[in-house]
Design a binder for this molecule. Structure first.
Ligand SMILES: C[S@@+](CC[C@H](N)C(=O)[O-])C[C@H]1O[C@@H](n2cnc3c(N)ncnc32)[C@H](O)[C@@H]1O
Length: 245
């Protein structure tokens, strides 16, 4: 792969090369408007299961790899404060302009911070954002973030995300499970077993819902999938982990 070899010649380590290629992949998707993952409606699982987090009003919800998800708008309308993290400036800028949200932009650490009333999005690499950069996070909403990453990046994603959170923080995770050999991804298939393997050390893991959703997903049927399941998990960070500060 030519890009990979060019990056290797620049003397970058394997993890940095993978991370740079991933970033390039997503920048290109946004530039070309290839954003089939973006939902024009609010996510129904989020709407159905957010109450399981039992959050107080004005709790802060972290939305990693947020794209320009309208779910942030809905959550904000429910009275929650939102902190998104997204690498594409196109996505972040579109989110605020398309939803007519007055905002200001400031430089902060390794990211640009876009902030409107109740919603802020760090435009930068998720892996570069540190706990000290963020206000206290009360909960996480992950839809199409974990499953956007290839298998080699998922343990690092979970480790980094867990390090941003205090003990007791809950996460609502919406993921997909399908025969991986039938489609290349992203989105990738992440089985319930893998969710437990990734999160089980640091979180309690409870599966709230499983749904066969192939019938209502023509774009995945066209790609040849014979099975597609959407799973919803409630994760609860265990106390006393080293990552807690
Ligand atoms: C599949 S999309 C999902 C977006 C959003 N969660 C949604 O539900 O519409 C994955 C998003 O992650 C972003 N992304 C990928 N790698 C990232 C990284 N290292 N840091 C921040 N954002 C990243 C991409 O630009 C893309 O918008």
């Amino acid at each position: 792969m030519a890009e990979y070899q060019a990056l290797a010649r620049e003397g970058l380590g394997a993890a940095q090369r993978i991370s740079l290629m991933e970033a390039e992949f997503w920048h290109e998707r946004w530039q070309k408007g290839e954003t089939g993952f973006h939902q024009p409606e609010y996510n129904t699982h989020m709407q159905a299961f957010i109450e399981f987090l039992a959050l107080r009003r004005a709790a802060r919800i972290l939305v990693p790899l947020c794209g320009k998800s309208l779910d942030m708008l809905w959550l904000s309308e429910q009275g929650y404060r939102i902190t998104g993290i997204e690498i594409s400036e196109i996505a972040v800028s579109d989110f605020f302009t398309e939803n007519q949200l007055e905002h200001r932009i400031t430089q902060t650490g390794n990211a640009l911070l876009y902030a409107a009333d109740g919603i802020e999005i760090y435009c930068g690499d998720f892996f570069e954002i540190q706990k000290a950069d963020l206000a206290e996070i009360d909960a996480v909403y992950d839809r199409a973030a974990l499953i956007a990453l290839p298998p080699t990046m998922r343990p690092g994603y979970v480790r980094h995300l867990t390090g941003l959170l205090a003990s007791g923080t809950q996460t609502l995770l919406v993921s997909l499970d399908y025969p991986q050999h039938e489609m290349k991804g992203p989105p990738f298939s992440v089985t319930s077993r893998e969710v437990v393997a990734l999160y089980g050390g640091s979180h309690s893991v409870e599966q709230l819902h499983a749904e066969d959703c192939l019938a209502r997903e023509p774009r995945f049927r066209e790609k040849g999938l014979t099975r597609l399941e959407e799973n919803v998990f409630l994760l609860h960070k265990k106390p006393g982990l080293a990552a807690d500060q």
